[in-house]
Design a protein around this ligand. Structure first.
Ligand code: NI
Length: 135
């Protein structure tokens, strides 16, 4: 039987959405307040889900302690209280939109979770705006 198990986590981070090849006017027109040249912060919330067969010995799809530790080590350590554009290498040449952050989180977690499980990342940039990536 397949079950989806999920873990919530959060991090605070600063970002700025912009393209270097666009001037300030165009960046503001497309990205709005998120293009503020002086950066700004969000309280990001995420839900990481793992979907797969229940292990008949443990009764787990995945040990939640291991999932918690994985999220802490791979995501919170890398992103929390960071300026995503400046301090996180994945966003050096990638706009840190919620979409791209969700994909980066998925890619960072994927190698650490058993291949027979599917994973899904839901990332909330605000309580009302959220994106989902499942590979
Ligand atoms: Ni923003």
């Amino acid at each position: 039987m397949k079950v989806k198990v999920s873990r919530k986590a959060h991090f605070n981070a600063a970002h700025r959405l912009f393209r270097e090849d666009w001037d300030d006017e165009k960046n503001t027109a497309v990205f709005g307040k998120c293009s503020n040249p002086n950066y700004h912060g969000h309280n990001y919330e995420m839900v990481v889900s793992v979907y797969g067969e229940i292990d008949q010995k443990t009764g787990f799809v995945m040990d939640m302690k291991k999932l918690k530790e994985l999220i802490r080590a791979e995501i919170e350590e890398a992103f929390d209280h960071k300026n995503l554009n400046v301090e996180v290498p994945e966003f050096k040449n990638l706009n840190p939109t919620a979409e791209n952050i969700a994909v980066v989180i998925w890619k960072k977690l994927r190698p650490h979770i058993s291949k027979d499980k599917d994973i899904e990342v839901v990332l909330y940039e605000t309580p009302r705006n959220f994106v989902t990536f499942s590979g």
